[in-house]
Design a protein around this ligand. Structure first.
Ligand code: ZN
Length: 137
């Protein structure tokens, strides 16, 4: 894959430098069959340095995960080598099966079939709490 240009796929741009790997792991990109490029510390006029992830396939990415890690990220949808859509990401109100509760007495730790749900408790400080026991993420 040419790292500079992809034909049809997704470019996750404006990732805070150093957070690219976390997004890569949380999105499970290592399990994809297509080409995936993680570019670290790319020069950015706006941010100084940034990370970029390029995925050479038209897949759906979980924008809740992206927003949780870094709400300032933009997701570009590329079709035929052109950017056809630029999505800005927001801090998600609710995260389902992204984080697991660390509280050993939490019902989500013992009831295996329960989804792991965290809700945004404080937008300013980006604090998430477990829906069941209110433990901090
Ligand atoms: Zn809990």
């Amino acid at each position: 894959m040419n790292v500079d240009s992809i034909k049809n796929g997704i470019v996750i741009d404006h990732i805070t430098a150093g957070k690219g790997m976390q997004i890569y792991n949380l999105l499970g990109l290592d399990s994809l069959e297509c080409s995936v490029a993680l570019i670290k510390n790319a020069p950015s006029r706006k941010m100084g340095k940034k990370d970029i992830i390029k995925i050479d396939a038209d897949i759906k990415v979980n924008t809740d995960i992206i927003g949780y890690v870094d709400p300032d990220i933009t997701v570009n949808i590329i079709v035929d080598g052109k950017t056809v859509d630029k999505k800005t990401i927001e801090l998600p109100e609710r995260l389902t099966n992204v984080l697991t509760c660390k509280n050993p007495r939490c019902i989500s730790a013992t009831e295996q079939e329960l989804p792991h749900i965290f809700t945004l408790a404080d937008k300013e400080s980006r604090v998430y709490r477990c829906l069941y026991c209110e433990a901090k993420a």
